[in-house]
Design a protein around this ligand. Sequence first.
Ligand code: C2O
Ligand code: CU
Length: 469
Amino acid sequence: AMPGMDHGAHAGHDMAAMAGDAGGVTLPEGRPLPPLQRLVNRGGAGGVSGELVAAPIKLPLLPGRQPTTFWAYNGSVPGPLIEAYEGDTVEIAFTNRLAQPTTIHWHGMPVPAEQDGNPHDPVPPGASRHYRFTLPKGSAGTYWYHPHPHGYTGQQAYMGLAGTFIVRRRDDPLAHLPEQLLVLSDLKLDGDGSIAANSMADHHDGREGQFVLVNGALRPTLALAEGERQRWRLWNATSARILKIALPAHEVHLVGTDGGAIASPRRIEHLLLSPGERAELVVTGRFGAGQTPGLVALPYARGKAMHPEQDTVLPLMTLNRHGRRTSAPLPARLAEVPALPAPAVKRRVEFSENMADPKAMFLINGKTYDMARIDFEGKVGQVEEWEIVGNAHMDHPFHLHGTQFQVLARTEDGQWRDEPFLAWHDVVNVAAGESVRLRFRQDLPGLRMFHCHILEHEDQGMMGQLLVR
Ligand code: C2O
Ligand code: CU
């Protein structure tokens, strides 16, 4: 823990947040779930072609106060939803109207390295650039996009720059279900209603605000019928919160992860969604006799030193019972998820923290990020196995650019345990003291980042580079 910081001092503050009122700031709550805005698609012939502009905007957030300044894509927070099909070519004309350099990083998507919007490719203030990539077969999944300039990713994301991207497949066995898109984000406001800067605690633990929002709204409501099945896509777009998602009473099946469908639906009681991570669920309304808590985040301790741990149930969205419906059973098979073959290369990636050096607190293999350094060299098409070691006091969600990986095993009390099923991920939480073994193949050449997806840790250098030749 950081010396000189009183753990208890912040506890009251977080309790107030749960009432929708924090530090004198009250956010209206309980309106219907806002739909996501969509990108205007000018593309003919089945492709996607559109424009994204990053610029400051003012939104009336708090009744009776000055509007709040956000930084937004096309004036919308979250940014516009981009929808495409496997095989589509995506063309985005991007303009930066911010006062800082920025990029658009297509998080989790198999795009060429020079289109990845990584820190090597900043777009200066006032400048434009074109992003163009084709979505290969098998790329269907739930993605997002956000800025990735080195040192400013966290700020640009918490100011509002993040949008969703769905890649669909033509033969989707769940296409008949009504779909809900739920972007979970964190909002930290000052007393005057402006977006607050990071505190010491945010720099250390990762930023946490007073409010966790769904599609920009505090505890919105959604109608669900008894027995009705809905498909939900969830994005954890917070900087640092590890959300242990649950829907007490209702029937929940996991049907997809970051990189798309899993082999068959799996009944779950809760789901750990770390920063940057996504999931697809099928939710079946089971209200029984009474009211249910709706969508919540269960208590979860992530090893924070300065912010209090989340030790109460955090309500995220209210479910209103709306009649009764009978739904067809879920399909038994969703997709093929073949295991990757034995690796040609094995590597070890160790997360650690060094509180003694404020300039290099968050480390990968003992080092802080250097744009000029190649940490590993790999080959196109070669299977790699990485062991991510959480030699740390805090959880750090691991993220790799350019491809999806399969988690094979993780440690529990020092013992390796195989994962119960295979799935495609681009983020995996590595809890304090835990190790995670994963495999991947990079199908495209170029420089690929890997980093902790707590954005404040990434900005402080908890990032490395894999050069694929
Ligand atoms: Cu979502 Cu390298 O980031
Ligand atoms: Cu971290």
